[in-house]
Design a protein around this ligand. Structure first.
Ligand code: HEC
Ligand code: HEC
Length: 454
């Protein structure tokens, strides 16, 4: 032992010199201004290639996430004619139209950064008619409506179609101007958006009734059952619109932030982020792309998907696949939002962290700092003390351990896949009973403060 330590002692100095020499070498290869790890030396050439690529991917991914429709206007506009209901008869469409006031009430958000200064002033002065659907058309022309793209004729007068974007459900705004109007918050779930009510405005619903094999009345009943902040992605696979207890089978719109490092995604763990991005762009938004998943050919579990051939979708040109890499990259780049200072009790949160990692055993599944399991992050309903209905709608028949960071920013709509627990207190009470933890009142409070802090 003594001898080997002595040998290492002798070797250590030359090793350090050698290592520093190798690091220094890299700087010789560069000519740019990018900074190396020391902050002084420029980045070696290949490192710069990677950093430049990362920046480009984030920019491109942001554009795709906010603005790309993946060709979905062929469905929502050209086929379902949703744009006609938005425009209203007065503007060449059908029915009363959708006023900005009604759009905001349905949870549709407006990006204030897309509004010209003069318009902002006019709105502030009360000179803009928020009851008039023509104003909605103006907002669409300015591309200020989050997640919805209006397509106009050449003269930019008539609304001729309408496409859907990821941002509709996975972005909101900070209400900086007024409720529903503000700066974009990409990745935050829009828990105000009433997706079912918006879809139910469509004048033409035959493609949806045909897909689900139901009549118009049933379709409307299903769409109306979702409510704000919810959507049922799986009903278009299995046709199950209601749970055994008769309540809607819709799930909450989940956040699209804090996803890096997390293995499986969606409440049922269908696949990775990019798996699900392709799934949703093709099968839910009805974009024009390519999608392959033979699990959907199982007519027993997924009768709707199997009949529609969702397990193997091929479109040419492919408007989805070329966008998947940057879209994936951008989503992984969105951090979970940090809680505002003062929004929780720091001392209690520190005690709560000890409960979370110790007595309450939360960290066994919600492993910090990811707050989900590295590996196969899936559990049966019994393991978390709930029913298996929603788990059984996914291929693995399990629930994915939700990554908890940013919990404070998604209180609206409740917690768990269907929002069954209205607040963190009921989540903690649920675990306390279901997993027999026997928490004291103080431990419960501390645990809640910790949950608000992550
Ligand atoms: C109509 C609303 C809606 C639109 C539009 C939408 N999503 Fe989603 N998204 C959902 C719902 C609902 C879920 C949860 C589905 C489930 O778990 O069964 C979800 C889940 C996800 C998840 C999984 C998050 C997690 O839990 O880890 C990602 C990632 C995602 N969507 C990305 C996208 C992208 C990218 C787009 C655009 C291509 C998109 N979504 C468009 C409603 C939507
Ligand atoms: C056996 C693994 C497991 C354990 C132990 C566990 N959880 Fe969970 N947790 C899950 C799964 C799976 C979900 C997703 C449930 C759903 O969406 O229906 C979840 C969901 C949650 C949610 C809801 C998140 C959201 O955005 O809706 C919270 C909050 C939560 N857990 C907190 C805790 C706390 C606190 C503890 C300890 C008392 C704990 N969990 C213990 C697996 C676990």
């Amino acid at each position: 032992m003594e001898n080997s330590r002595a040998v290492f002692g002798i070797l250590r100095t030359p090793l350090i010199i050698l290592t520093l020499g190798m690091l220094g070498c890299g700087t010789v290869l560069t000519d740019g201004t990018a900074q190396g790890p020391s902050g002084k030396a420029p980045l070696p050439a290949n490192d710069r290639v990677i950093s430049d690529h990362a920046n480009k991917m984030v920019e491109e991914g942001r554009r795709i996430f906010r603005y790309d429709t993946f060709g979905s206007e062929a469905f929502w506009g050209d086929t379902l004619k949703l744009h006609q209901a938005i425009a209203g008869q007065k503007n060449g469409g059908v029915g009363p139209g959708l006023s900005p006031k009604a759009a905001l009430a349905a949870g549709i958000k407006v990006d204030m950064d897309a509004l010209p200064g003069a318009l902002v002033q006019a709105i502030k002065a009360g000179k803009v008619d928020l009851e008039d659907p023509s104003t909605t058309l103006e907002l669409l022309k300015l591309d200020a409506v989050v997640g919805i793209k209006g397509i106009f004729d050449e003269k930019k007068e008539k609304l001729t179609s309408l496409g859907l974007r990821c941002a509709a459900c996975h972005s909101t705004v900070d209400n900086a101007f007024s409720p529903g109007i503000g700066h974009r918050l990409d990745g935050w779930p829009n828990r105000d958006l009433d997706v079912g009510t918006v879809i139910s405005m469509a004048p033409e619903t035959k493609p949806l009734t045909d897909l689900l094999g139901v009549d118009q009345e049933t379709l409307l009943k299903v769409l109306k059952s979702w409510g704000p902040g919810k959507f049922d992605a799986t009903v278009f696979m299995d046709g199950k619109a209601f749970r055994p207890d008769g309540k809607s089978a819709a799930t909450l719109l989940p956040p699209a932030y804090g996803l890096a490092g997390v293995n499986l995604h969606t409440f049922e763990g269908w696949g990775s982020v990019t798996y699900w991005n392709a799934f949703v762009a093709n099968l839910e938004m009805h974009g024009q792309g390519t999608f392959y998943d033979p699990r959907l050919n199982d007519a027993g579990q997924f009768p709707v998907a199997a009949k529609a051939g969702f397990g193997n979708v091929r479109n040419s040109p492919d408007l989805v696949t070329p966008k998947l890499a940057a879209l994936h990259f951008y989503q992984l780049a969105i951090p979970a939002p940090k809680p505002p200072s003062g929004s929780f009790d720091e001392v209690a949160a520190e005690r709560g962290e000890i409960v979370f990692n110790g007595k309450a055993k939360c960290a066994i599944c919600h492993v910090p700092p990811l707050f989900t399991e590295p590996g196969w992050n899936m559990h049966t309903g019994a393991e978390i003390g709930i029913d298996d209905f929603q788990a059984h709608r996914g291929p693995d028949k399990r629930y994915r351990t939700t990554p908890l960071a940013g919990l404070w920013s998604r209180q609206k709509g409740g917690y768990y896949h269907d929002g069954r627990f209205q607040n963190l207190a009921s989540v903690v009470d649920h675990y306390d009973q279901a997993l027999n933890i026997a928490l004291t009142q103080q431990e419960k409070i501390d645990l809640m403060e910790y949950l608000k802090s992550i």
